[in-house]
Write a protein that binds this ligand. Structure first.
Ligand code: PXP
Length: 241
């Protein structure tokens, strides 16, 4: 069985820093600890309102990291310019609404079709891997392929919500499983992310077509109690059980 990779999202280290307007805790320090603890990549989301990660964090982390940096961005001209300037190793294009607490759903590919195709082409020309954050839906996977993406990241938020509320998860699990199978069949690398905990990551990791997990909020929350290193080591074991 292939080894599943873990991307560690450190946005919420910046959330904590910004809550008091201080210069600690440092997202760069978290990125370095994550790298030394076995993270396969570091994910940061540069939001349009800069509510957590800032442009200076992107610059500092990109300069110091030895593992790939995955930059999440909205499909906008401003973000495309930033990507072409800083050249992260990976880009994941995500939807963004200013008032949302977190990324609420997958990209509306149809609405952004023309811009996305152009944006993906320009990013790939710099040899940067491009992923699209989408709902686990066959039509969105087919369109992602058509738009030129290298990977799709399947939104696991709905599954996690149902699981946490002890509601029926069978249909949503099956939607993710079928989507992962189809995506791999059309030669897209399959990733999963959003809302994952130890329990839900273990369930989703049973889907063999998924090769990468991007996990943030729960890892940072766990790090308060058991340390960032231990949370990362534990997740890596869980997704490869
Ligand atoms: N993947 C993507 C594309 C995301 O936008 C996010 C949230 O920023 C995550 C993964 C991580 O989600 P969480 O913080 O809930 O683990």
């Amino acid at each position: 069985m292939k080894i599943k990779r873990l991307g560690v999202n450190i946005d919420h280290v910046a959330t904590l820093r910004n809550a008091r307007g201080e210069n600690y805790p440092s997202p760069l320090r978290a990125a370095i600890i994550a790298e030394n603890s076995g993270a396969d990549s570091i994910t940061i989301h540069l939001r349009e309102d800069r509510r957590h990660i800032r442009d200076s964090d992107l610059k500092n982390i990109k300069n110091k990291l030895h593992i790939p940096l995955n930059l999440e961005i909205a499909p906008t001209k401003e973000m495309l310019k930033i990507v072409l300037k800083h050249k992260p190793n990976y880009v994941c294009i995500v939807p963004e609404k200013r008032k949302e607490l977190t990324t609420e759903g997958g990209l509306n590919l149809n609405r952004h079709k023309t811009f996305l195709k152009k944006m993906i082409g320009k990013i790939k020309a710099k040899k940067i891997r491009v992923s699209l954050f989408i709902e686990p839906k066959i039509s969105d996977i087919a369109l992602s392929k058509k738009l030129g993406a290298d990977c799709v990241e399947l939104h696991t938020g709905k599954y996690c919500n149902l699981f946490n509320k002890k509601k029926k998860i069978k249909n949503e699990f099956s939607r993710i499983k079928k989507s992962a199978f189809y995506a791999e069949k059309v030669f897209l690398e399959v990733h999963a992310g959003h809302g994952l905990t130890y329990k839900t990551a273990y369930q989703i990791s049973k889907i063999n077509n998924i090769s990468e997990f991007n996990i943030g909020h729960f890892i940072i929350a766990e790090s308060m109690f058991i340390s960032l290193r231990k949370a990362i080591v534990k997740f890596k074991k869980i997704i490869n059980k």
